[in-house]
Ligand binder design. Structure first.
Ligand code: NAG
Ligand code: NAG
Length: 994
């Protein structure tokens, strides 16, 4: 009892120390910066590596020695030794003994002498023990021992020491300044780390022109050489990753990048560091496509040129001998296109047989090297048709290039010896539109998709397409953390992970705010990716949508600027790269789009301010490039051109523009007045339809307000105590002369934020007036239109119509209430459920960037459940006032996803007040396996599927019941339209809940 208490106490003490020191993103602490009972002072250590140990350990030991200098100001010493010939260190120098179980005589000796128990890591993959050992050898009184189950286990142990000392994996890539410490102590424990959740984890450097290519040419060039790659290898290992698909883009400068020949040292350097080299999904047998373009004989076609292609494969297999490699198998057609030939099944069978016989001849047997085979397009089709894939080969599944995994392992595939992996994109070049500028990833999305894939058994390879590497610090760090330990980030702990990440990269006192900013950024990326936003994407007129999104960005800019102002110069640099630049660039991008939209809309209305908005759009467009120039100048140009990716001017093609361009600005003739008949003062109401903008107005007497079919232009949606609390209308100038306007209301309980003003160059040509209703003062049962009168000094006269209904829901009703002609509900706010414990919320995944997340079934409930017999349901109670004869339309917003198994399509169903639910497929069946469903191109940019169903629903209380057939069907939002819903991207904001 006592002993237990003491050990608990001890844990607690260390936990407190940990809070102060560890930046290890939730890994157990191994060091501290203050001496404590029994800790070992390792401030000036001698790092000892066995003479015969793997080259990668010697490289890492020297990097960690440099890390000591980054932290304490003094480099650690390193030395080669063997168990029989250890340096004597009885002079007070702390010793760090590092080695792998299979290669270090030092570690073996410690195991034999029972000073070190390695049973927790023996035989494990990439695992390690960190232990303080007393008297490990004669002449060494104490040592910190880092023992790896294999070479990368030991390397990861070394880099874990660095990370906990405060050296970020990104220290070089993002100029992260480690915090200074005078002393470093090892905590007296023996801690096991491992084993990784995913065996091979790493990146694909891709789509590298123009940004990374230009930068590499300027700084390492002309080719991607081993000096460049050494930085990549070190970054990967510091993130505990091990796997690489190197840069391979064809084209400029001709013939494009080719890892194996651009620098003959690349392959050997990767192996020395400990990186497993593979090649992209369509580059078989350890050869780059560009090698075929330069040295291949004939066409890349198996049916017509098999002999030459075989020779080409043989050379790749021969060249890889002695290096740790993962061979990509199979074959695609030219330029990653489909195979030519009538019988892809026969071709692929022959290709694989030939490739395996090459391996058998060169390596002894056909399973002697690791092999991966990507299921992609026609290859997937052939596979689904029954192509036999050898059991030792890893099957690589992929996403739809936009983060939605297209296929998950079946229960049978899960048992394959070669296992299954995932190829996942953080950027993409291709259909329907590329995204390759700033990080545009929702972390909630990546976490949900990859955790799900892992739980389904896709744990052999995770390869992440990160394009230019640099902008992807945060998503890549999160994904690699998950790949090493799948529970290090869960759907609920993304904020905590981000705070810990920010604490590692930035001064502690700003970590929580920086973590919050990273989260807010990620959630705005859940709305839509930059390149997919045009001026017309978000609604200017309805639900304040465009302004709300722009305001969210401008708030982030203010908050980021406030942190930046408090940092010293060195920390400003890393904060700028990690947060301030992407936030500012995103804000400016959105500001350009909103200015373009206002310019276009105001031009349609012939507003005098339209031309100013053209200027504003151009200003922001200029600021975008100013920011790029500011970036280029940073650190004397260390990162110049790496953010040069264009982002304005996509047309109907997915191709990135060659040069930024904005289009379609509108100008009105400012020297000319509008027709006298319409006057020089215009009025527009929030949410109104504008049938004849800028063209003509009925009548010829400006002293009359709008009539007949123009009344909708100046009519609000019906307001009730359950609708939005405030609405607006705008009074604007549409001539050259000044206008003084006054406004008054018919009823005293309607109040205006201003009752008069001027439209002029000095006071501005546009005024927004907020309208509020004092519901206490409105007579019960009131159901009529209340008028607002606006008079202009030029004789213009207009009436704004405000339909007002003061109705009350029955006292016993609880649920959502109609307001503005609709009921809008965030799906996570269901009012009841047949089995609440079956449902989970992904709080950081949805387009509701400042609200709830998306909701779905817990995976443990099962997949492909029968609706409604087996699947649990959610219920949404709502109250309807509108007594409409027509149907109401229910729009369901589902988080973007794709069917992952042809036999288990995603299904959903609705019932109103107990009507019979009809289970419906979420997306249409694709034309063939491997194809994408109809509507994918829009849905993938919108990041949701919207689905509609109509019901007869009369005034009164109702219950909508919802089912999904499995955990992948995720619901964000429900909008029930009683006729009031207006166009927008996100749909109306949530209705009132009583
Ligand atoms: C061991 O010696 C080799 C050859 O001199 C050297 O490259 C390596 O860095 C040394 N290892 C350590 C840990 O110092
Ligand atoms: C102590 O001994 C070690 C190992 O021989 C040596 O590397 C180190 O420089 C010595 N330290 C001092 C302070 O003399």
């Amino acid at each position: 009892m006592l002993a237990l208490e003491r050990s608990l106490l001890c844990t607690v003490t260390w936990a407190i120390a940990v809070l102060q020191v560890a930046h290890a993103l939730f890994e157990p602490p191994i060091i501290t910066f203050e001496a404590a009972d029994d800790s070992l002072d390792i401030t000036r250590p001698l790092i000892v590596v066995d003479l015969d140990d793997h080259a990668g350990l010697h490289i890492a030991a020297n990097a960690v020695a440099d890390d000591f200098e980054r932290v304490t100001g003094e480099r650690a010493q390193t030395t080669n030794a063997t168990a029989d010939d250890l340096p004597s260190a009885d002079n007070g120098t702390a010793v760090i003994l590092v080695g792998a179980l299979d290669s270090s005589s030092i570690i073996s000796a410690l195991v034999s002498s029972e000073k070190l128990n390695t049973s927790t890591i023996a035989g494990q993959w990439e695992s390690f023990i960190v232990a303080v050992v007393d008297e490990p050898f004669d002449g060494v009184s104490r040592a910190l021992v880092i023992a790896g189950s294999d070479k990368r286990g030991a390397i990861f142990g070394l880099y874990t020491l660095s990370e906990q000392m405060g050296v970020s994996p990104w220290y070089w890539w993002t100029d992260i300044v480690p915090k200074h410490h005078d002393a470093v102590y090892a905590i007296p424990t023996s801690t096991t780390f491992g084993k990784p959740s995913v065996r091979y984890r790493g990146i694909f450097i891709n789509d590298e022109s123009p940004a990374l290519n230009t930068w590499v040419m300027d700084n390492f060039g002309p080719k991607y050489n081993s000096a460049f790659y050494a930085h990549v290898f070190e970054l990967l290992l510091r993130m505990k990753a091990n796997y690489l698909w190197p840069a391979m883009w064809p084209g400029y400068p001709n013939p494009g990048n080719s890892f194996f020949v651009d620098d003959p040292l690349n392959q050997a350097t990767a192996d020395a560091y400990g990186i497993v080299v593979s090649t992209s999904h369509h580059e078989p047998m350890q050869r780059a496509t560009n090698e075929w373009l330069t040295s291949g004989n004939g066409t890349w076609d198996w049916t017509t040129n098999k002999d030459n292609v075989t020779t080409f494969f043989e050379a790749g297999a021969a060249r890889a001998q002695g290096y740790e490699s993962y061979f990509t198998m199979g074959m695609r057609g030219d330029s990653d296109g489909p195979l030519s030939g009538d019988d892809p099944m026969a071709i692929l069978t022959d290709v694989i047989a030939t490739q395996r016989s090459i391996i058998a001849n060169m390596y002894g047997n056909e399973t002697a090297v690791k092999q991966v085979w990507a299921l992609y397009k026609e290859v997937q089709e052939v596979y689904e048709q029954g192509l036999e894939v050898p059991d030792d080969m890893t099957l690589l599944l992929s996403d739809d290039n936009f983060g939605n995994i297209r296929r998950l392992p079946t229960d049978d595939e899960h048992k394959r010896e070669g296992g299954l992996g995932i190829y996942y994109h953080c950027e993409f070049v291709g259909d329907p539109r590329s995204y390759k500028w700033l990080n545009a990833n929702s972390l909630g999305k990546a976490q949900q998709q990859l955790a799900n894939a892992h739980s389904r058994g896709a744990d052999r390879i995770w390869v992440i397409n990160v394009a230019d590497i640099k902008p992807m610090e945060t998503p890549l760090s999160m994904i690699m953390a998950m790949a090493y330990n799948i529970s290090s980030v869960t759907r609920d702990t993304i904020p905590q992970w981000l705070n810990a990440y920010a604490a590692r990269e930035l001064p502690e006192e700003h970590a929580d705010e920086a973590g919050d900013l990273l989260l807010a950024y990620s959630r705005l990326m859940g709305v839509r990716k930059h390149e997919h936003i045009e001026g017309s994407t978000f609604s200017l007129l309805n639900y304040d949508e465009a302004d709300r999104i722009l305001n969210a960005w401008s708030t982030l800019v203010d908050r980021a600027e406030a942190v930046y102002a408090q940092l010293d110069d060195a920390h400003q640099l890393s904060f700028y790269q990690l947060l301030l630049h992407p936030i500012k660039a995103s804000y400016i991008y959105n500001a350009v789009r909103v200015a373009q939209a206002k310019n276009s809309w105001y031009g349609q209305q012939r507003r005098t301010s339209a031309n100013d908005w053209a200027g504003t759009a151009l200003d922001y467009f200029g600021q975008d490039y100013d920011l790029q120039m500011e970036w280029n100048a940073m650190l004397d140009g260390k990162w110049a051109e790496i953010m040069r990716q264009t982002h304005y001017g996509y047309t109907s093609s997915w191709r990135a523009p060659i040069r930024d361009m904005i289009t379609g600005l509108s100008y009105v003739q400012l020297r000319q007045d509008s027709y006298p008949a319409v006057g020089q003062m215009g009025v527009v109401v929030e949410g109104a339809i504008e049938p004849y903008v800028g063209l003509f107005n009925e009548g010829s007497d400006v002293a009359k307000p709008s009539r007949d079919d123009l009344v909708p232009v100046v009519t609000f949606v019906t307001t009730s105590p359950y609708g939005v609390s405030s609405q607006w209308f705008e009074v604007y100038g549409r001539g050259g002369g000044d206008v003084h306007w006054t406004a008054s209301t018919e009823h005293p309980w309607v109040s205006l934020s201003s009752a008069e003003g001027d439209l002029s160059a000095s006071s501005g040509w546009d005024t927004r007036i907020d309208v509020q209703v004092d519901w206490h003062a409105v007579p019960d049962g009131f159901n009529d239109t209340s008028l607002i009168y606006i008079n202009g000094s030029d004789g213009s006269y207009e009436e704004v119509h405000l339909p007002v209904i003061k109705l009350a829901v029955p006292d016993d009703f609880s649920g959502f209430v109609e307001g503005g002609g609709y009921v809008s509900i965030e799906a996570a706010h269901y009012t009841s459920s047949s089995d609440p414990s079956s449902f989970i919320e992904y709080p950081y995944l949805s387009r509701i960037f400042n609200g709830s997340g998306t909701v779905g079934l817990d995976a443990s409930v099962g997949r492909n459940l029968a609706i409604p017999d087996v699947a649990p349901s959610l219920e949404y109670a709502y109250y309807q006032f509108s007594d409409i004869a027509d149907n109401v339309t229910v729009t369901m917003y589902f988080t973007m996803a794709i069917d992952t198994d042809p036999d288990e399509p995603f299904m959903w169903a609705l019932s109103l007040d107990g009507s019979t639910p009809n289970a419906t497929r979420l997306m249409p069946e694709p034309a063939s396996a491997g194809e994408l469903p109809d509507g994918w191109g829009d849905a993938v940019q919108d990041q949701v599927w919207t689905r509609e169903q109509s019901f007869n629903s009369s005034a009164g209380a109702h219950v909508l019941e919802y089912w999904a057939n499995g955990p992948a069907v995720l619901l964000e939002k429900i909008v029930i339209d009683m006729g009031g819903v207006k166009d927008s991207y996100l749909g109306p904001r949530e209705s009132m809940l009583v």
